[in-house]
Design a protein around this ligand. Structure first.
Ligand code: URA
Ligand code: CA
Length: 431
C-alpha cells in the first residue's frame, strides 16, 4: 500500500477498506506517514465524507493504537458517560456516586479542563489530598468495593487520536462529524465499560450548533459503539447557557454536593437523571426508565448517594471535612455583578461565561498554567428570567485576579431584552 494512492482514492470519492484505514493510522502513529500527507487526506475527508463503516474502522484503528483497559475483574456491568464539552457541567461528579448507590459500577477516567471548559479531575483536586493518580489495580479494587472511582486518564489511550487531533486543530479539519465521532469513540472504546451514555451538547456553547448536526453525530457514535459490542445511548442536551449556577472547580464540587443532597439546580438534576436512568436500564439494574428514576430519587432522599461520594473521597485520600462543610471549597471574597437594565434574559453566551471564570483563575490558557481551585462564579439568572436594573445577576468568588475582565464578560454576555424565551434542555435521545 502507498499513502499517495490512498489520498487519491479518497479524493476521488472512493471508500477506504478496513485494512487501508489501519494502514493509515498505524503508519501515521509511527511517523512513516508525514503530517503533510495526512493533512491532504483530512481535507479530502472534509469534502468527500466518510461512510459509517469507515468511521467505525477509524475508531477501532485509533482505539487499537494504544492501551485498552481491561475492567473484567470488576463484578457487574460497568457504566461510563462522556460529555462533548460544556460550561459548568458537573454531572460526572454527581452521577458517579449516584449510580454507585444504585448498584452500578462506575470506573471512570476523566480529563482536565482547557480554556473555557472545566475538567472533572481539576474539580476533584479542590478536595485537599484527593488522589487522581491511582495504580490501576487499586482503581479496580475500589470500584469492586464501593462501586465508584474517578481518576485521571492514565497510560497511553488512543495516541493516534492525540496526534491526529493536534493536526486537525491546525489544518481546519476539526469540525468533520465522522472524525469527531471516531475520535470520541476511540477513547470511550478503550476505557473498557459495557454501557456508555454520551451527552452531546448542542448550542452556542458547544461544538454542534444545531440539533440536526448533533443528531448526525449522536447516531454515528451510537452506531460505532454498537458495532464494537457496547450498549450506547446518546442524549442531546442544550448548551445555550451554562449548566446549573456554579462555574469553577471547588464551586462545582459544591454544586455536586448540593445536588446529591437533593438541593441542586433543576437543570443539573434533569440532565443527571436522564443520563443516569438510561445507564441503569442499559446495565439491567432497572426494568424501565420510570423504575430507574424512582431508584435515583430514593438514594438522594435516603442519603446513600451523598454517602457514596464521602466513601469515594475517603478511599482516594481526600479530606472528607470538605464534603461535610462544603463552604470550605471556595473563596469567600465576593464581588457582585449587577444588571444594567431591566427585562428578560434572552441569551447567555455559555463559552464566554466560561472564559470569565477562567480569567478569575479557574481555567488554564496554557497546559502548564496553575489554576486557582477556589475561584469562579455563581450565575443567578437563566434564560427566561425577569431581571430589574440593579439586580445581582452573578456573584464572583475571587482572590485578586481578573475581576474587572470577568465582570465585563458577564455584563456583555448575558443579553437582557424584551423577549420572554424559554430554553428547552433535553433535545433528543438516540439509542
Ligand atoms: N472531542 C474529541 O475528543 N474529539 C473531537 O474530534 C472533538 C471533540
Ligand atoms: Ca454548574
Amino acid at each position: 500500500m502507498h499513502i499517495v494512492d490512498l489520498i487519491i482514492k479518497k479524493r476521488d470519492g472512493n471508500k477506504l477498506s478496513k485494512e487501508e484505514i489501519y494502514y493509515l493510522i498505524d503508519n501515521y502513529t509511527n511517523g512513516n506517514i508525514k503530517d503533510y500527507q495526512m493533512s491532504a487526506l483530512l481535507m479530502s475527508l472534509f469534502y468527500v465524507g466518510m461512510t459509517d463503516e469507515e468511521a467505525t474502522n477509524l475508531a477501532l484503528a485509533m482505539r487499537d493504537s494504544g492501551d485498552i483497559f481491561d475492567l473484567s475483574s470488576i463484578n457487574g456491568i460497568k457504566v461510563d458517560k462522556h460529555s462533548t464539552g460544556g460550561v459548568g457541567d458537573t454531572v460526572t461528579l454527581i452521577l458517579g456516586p449516584l449510580l454507585a448507590a444504585c448498584g452500578a459500577k462506575v470506573a471512570k477516567m476523566s480529563g482536565r479542563g482547557l480554556g473555557h471548559t472545566g475538567g472533572t479531575i481539576d474539580k476533584l483536586e479542590s478536595i485537599p489530598g484527593f488522589r487522581v493518580e491511582v495504580p490501576f489495580t487499586d482503581f479496580l479494587k475500589q470500584v469492586n468495593e464501593i462501586g465508584v472511582s474517578i481518576i485521571g486518564q492514565s497510560g497511553d489511550v488512543a495516541p493516534a487520536d492525540k496526534k491526529l487531533y493536534a493536526l486537525r486543530d491546525v489544518t481546519g479539519t476539526v469540525d468533520i462529524i465522522p472524525l469527531i465521532a471516531s475520535s470520541i469513540m476511540s477513547k470511550k472504546l478503550a476505557s473498557g465499560s459495557d454501557a456508555i451514555c454520551l451527552d452531546v451538547k448542542v448550542g452556542s456553547g458547544a461544538f454542534m450548533k444545531t440539533v440536526e448536526d448533533a443528531t448526525k453525530l449522536a447516531k454515528l457514535m451510537v452506531s460505532i459503539g454498537n458495532l464494537a459490542g457496547k450498549k450506547v445511548t446518546a442524549i442531546l442536551t442544550s448548551m445555550e447557557e451554562p449548566l446549573g449556577h456554579y462555574i469553577g472547580n471547588g464551586l462545582e464540587v459544591y454544586e455536586a454536593i448540593l445536588a446529591l443532597s437533593g438541593k441542586g439546580p433543576k437543570d443539573v438534576l434533569e440532565v443527571t437523571n436522564v443520563i443516569s436512568s438510561h445507564l441503569l436500564v442499559d446495565a439491567k439494574l432497572a426494568k424501565d426508565i420510570d423504575e430507574a428514576l424512582e431508584m435515583l430519587d430514593e438514594v438522594i432522599k435516603n442519603g446513600k448517594a451523598l454517602e457514596k461520594l464521602r466513601e469515594m473521597v475517603i478511599a482516594q485520600g481526600g479530606d472528607v471535612s470538605y464534603i461535610d462543610n462544603p463552604e470550605k471549597l471556595f473563596s469567600h471574597k465576593k464581588v457582585l455583578v449587577k444588571a444594567l437594565k431591566s427585562g428578560y434574559v434572552e441569551k447567555i453566551n455559555a463559552s464566554e461565561i466560561g472564559v470569565a471564570a477562567s480569567r478569575l483563575g479557574a481555567g488554564r490558557e496554557f497546559k502548564e498554567d496553575i489554576i486557582d481551585l477556589k475561584v469562579g462564579l455563581d450565575l443567578h439568572v437563566k434564560i427566561g428570567d425577569k431581571v430589574n436594573k440593579g439586580d445581582t445577576i452573578a456573584t464572583l468568588y475571587v482572590t485578586e485576579k481578573g475581576i474587572e475582565e470577568a465582570t465585563n464578560l458577564i455584563i456583555n454576555n448575558i443579553i437582557i431584552g424584551d423577549k420572554h424565551l424559554t430554553n428547552k434542555l433535553i433535545l433528543g435521545i438516540i439509542k
